[in-house]
Design a protein. Structure first.
Length: 197
């Protein structure tokens, strides 16, 4: 009886090792989105006082509009990407990848055009609107690449990419503030550079 009970118990060391492994997995998965959200929050707080209200409103709008497109990207392309290897485990698990890559390029182009048009309709200058559109398109490509990293079991790549984006964004926008060259066009340029990081 005692042997049967003790066989069903998990040693404390094994339990803690399992909890630590789970914590490591979840913290790794959360670090990327947390870094991006933190960078966007820091950018908003930084520019709240440094930009005129209309310019800040447009900047904040872009920081809301682009994640909308990222959510669509996950729904339309990320889910099929994540399941493609599960549907064809005995054959080529990535036979649908070229189609998904092409679809992502078309989707990213649509996002780029839509964000640029929305920015222009909101009063942005043509060059600034193009930069915001480019930011939206590059972020969609980046988001698909992030999902691809997870689907191919390379989560560190995705996390490092997210951290690089956050660091480049905060550093670039802080540099604009320190150099006293804060403008909507410069902020859009920094967003584009950070997205390409």
């Amino acid at each position: 009886m005692i042997g049967a009970i003790s066989d069903g118990l998990t040693p404390a060391g094994t339990r803690w090792a399992g909890l630590l492994a789970a914590a490591r997995r979840y913290s790794l998965a959360a670090l990327g989105p947390f870094t991006i959200a933190g960078a966007h929050f820091a950018a908003s707080v930084l520019f709240l006082k440094l930009m005129p209200p209309a310019a800040f409103g447009l900047f904040a709008f872009v920081l809301v509009a682009v994640p909308f497109w990222l959510s669509l990207s996950v729904a339309l392309l990320g889910a099929p990407l994540a399941t493609t290897c599960q549907r064809h485990p005995d054959t080529d698990p990535w036979r649908e990848l070229p189609t998904l890559l092409k679809a992502n390029l078309l989707f990213s182009a649509a996002a780029m055009i839509a964000v640029a048009l929305a920015a222009a309709a909101s009063g942005a200058a043509a060059a600034t609107a193009v930069l915001f559109g480019l930011y939206g398109g590059v972020m969609c490509v980046r988001w698909f690449a992030r999902w691809l990293s997870y689907a191919t079991h390379h989560p560190i790549r995705a996390v490092l990419s997210d951290v690089a984006y956050g660091v480049f964004l905060v550093a670039g926008l802080a540099a604009l503030a320190v150099l006293h060259v804060v403008s909507l066009a410069n902020a859009a340029a920094v967003l584009c550079v950070a997205a390409g990081a």
